[in-house]
Ligand binder design. Structure first.
Ligand code: HAM
Length: 432
């Protein structure tokens, strides 16, 4: 006898979506899409893999160390996309002047990062991306932050449940210069981990990046500021003042539009990715018990770094994993059962009649409106057919060969209240 074959295993850090889980997933996708379209963003897509060098050197060391990459049969170095922004930049460079600017695009890519799989972190996940390309205006940031707040509110979260923490790389960069930090690019990833790694590890990592104790204290002072006035008192340079004014206008605009309670200054937000140049932001649940729900910022030199012309951009990514965990925690994931409109049943197991009637109901589709029509796939007793209809969440069961119905009409049962009726196609459709 041959040895028993080991059944296939789910790869670490990935998920299966059985229909029950997939319904939840689709609910999240539908909400993402709805809000992106409410804010007039257009959908786009790209390939799931790219040339490796699109990511190396541009995204930041952390993401590069997490790449799934391989050499293909043609000897090309390829990576599964760990994020969407470099692909977007490539698309923008390719079409260049042809694109009417500014434009607002969204995408919901499947992404891959070789991470230590843990709560909120997987190796394969989905991420809503919304980006605005072709404007330096701070109102682009305002548009994106408003979209995030609208989305989370639509999903049922209250303003007291989440906060969009806003900071500015520009402010940080000028301040780093002001206090004499030599290599800011080395310092950002460390600052990004400030709250995650604890004070000792933080101080050590900064020391490794050549930041003196005095400079650490100064950085701490800035990152702990709670109001723009406090920052104002701390910074001297004009460039820092400019960054500050920009933030003031952003907050004033969002306050005026009704987002005051879910947007806050948070200079501890730095973002790990290398390409951010201006406003950066992260969205957290208030307890900060989880990873960021979303993160993003302005990246004005990414296209240039990739060999194109300068093209300002700003956007964010929102992952499905943390979001679903959060919604589950607040009991905000609606229970979604399978549901079909009509179940076509037959007392005599007349399959040809079943298929014919099912087709007629499907033909009733007009424009956006269509019906989900189900029926047995083999001969079975009526009791079993009713069991299937109930199990699939059918609203109405249509009997194709009930003896009480005259030509052109059918007996049907409304499973929502158990009532029996006789009616034509139109009457049945109207009963739905
Ligand atoms: P990111 O901060 O790397 O930014 O990711 C954004 C969000 O994606 C995170 O806040 C988190 O919700 C989710 N995420 C990231 N990694 C994982 C993971 N391993 N498992 C589950 N969820 C994850 C970016 O990716 C930028 N490209 C966003 C952006 C768009 N910036 C400008 N435009």
């Amino acid at each position: 006898m041959s040895a028993k074959i080991q059944p296939p295993q789910l790869p670490k850090g990935t998920r299966d979506f059985y229909p029950e889980a997939e319904r939840v997933q689709q609910y999240i996708f539908d909400t993402w899409r709805k809000v992106a379209e409410m804010f007039a963003y257009e959908a786009y897509e790209g390939p799931m893999f790219e040339h490796l060098d699109l990511f190396t050197g541009k995204s930041g060391d952390e993401i590069v160390s997490q790449l799934y990459n391989f050499t293909d049969k043609g000897g090309r170095d390829i990576a599964l996309r760990p994020e969407m922004t470099p692909t977007l930049a490539r698309l923008v460079i390719q079409k260049g002047r042809e694109l009417r600017k500014p434009f607002k695009w969204y995408s919901m890519p499947r992404l891959f990062r070789y991470e230590k799989a843990q709560k909120g972190r997987l190796r394969e996940f989905f991420q809503l991306n919304m980006d605005i390309i072709g404007t330096d205006s701070i109102y682009a940031e305002a548009d994106l932050l408003a979209a995030i707040a609208t989305m989370l509110r639509l999903l049922g979260l209250k303003d007291e449940n989440f906060v969009i923490g806003v900071s500015s790389r520009k402010l940080l960069a000028t301040y780093l210069e002001e206090i004499g930090v030599e290599n800011p690019a080395l310092v950002y990833p460390v600052l990004d981990k400030r709250l995650k790694i604890g004070p000792e590890a933080f101080a050590k990592a900064l020391a490794d990046a050549n930041v003196s104790c005095e400079q650490v204290a100064k950085l701490d002072a800035l990152m702990s500021c709670k109001t723009l006035d406090e920052v104002d008192a701390l910074v001297a340079e004009d460039a820092a003042k400019n960054a500050l004014n920009e933030m003031k206008e952003l907050f004033n605009t969002l306050n005026a539009a009704g987002y005051a309670d879910c947007v806050a200054l948070d200079l501890s937000v730095v973002r790990g990715l290398a390409y951010y140049t201006g406003i950066v932001f992260e969205v957290f649940d208030r307890g900060k018990s989880m990873r960021a729900i979303a993160g993003g910022g302005r990246y004005d030199s990414l296209t240039e770094k990739l060999g194109g012309d300068r093209m300002p951009g700003v956007g964010f990514g929102m992952g499905d994993v943390v979001l679903a965990d959060l919604l589950r925690e607040y009991n905000l994931l609606p229970e979604m059962k399978q549901s079909v409109d009509f179940y076509i049943a037959s007392f005599t197991n007349d399959m040809q009649k079943i298929f014919t009637v099912a087709e007629q109901f499907r033909k009733f589709a007009t424009g956006e409106k269509y019906f989900a029509v189900s029926h047995p796939l083999s001969s079975m007793k009526m009791g079993k057919q009713m069991g299937e209809a109930n199990g699939q969440g059918a609203k109405i069961v249509i009997y194709v060969d009930g003896d009480k119905a005259s030509e052109g009409s059918f007996e049907f049962k409304d499973l929502r209240d158990g009532s029996m009726h006789i009616g034509s196609f139109e009457e049945i459709v109207n009963a739905l």
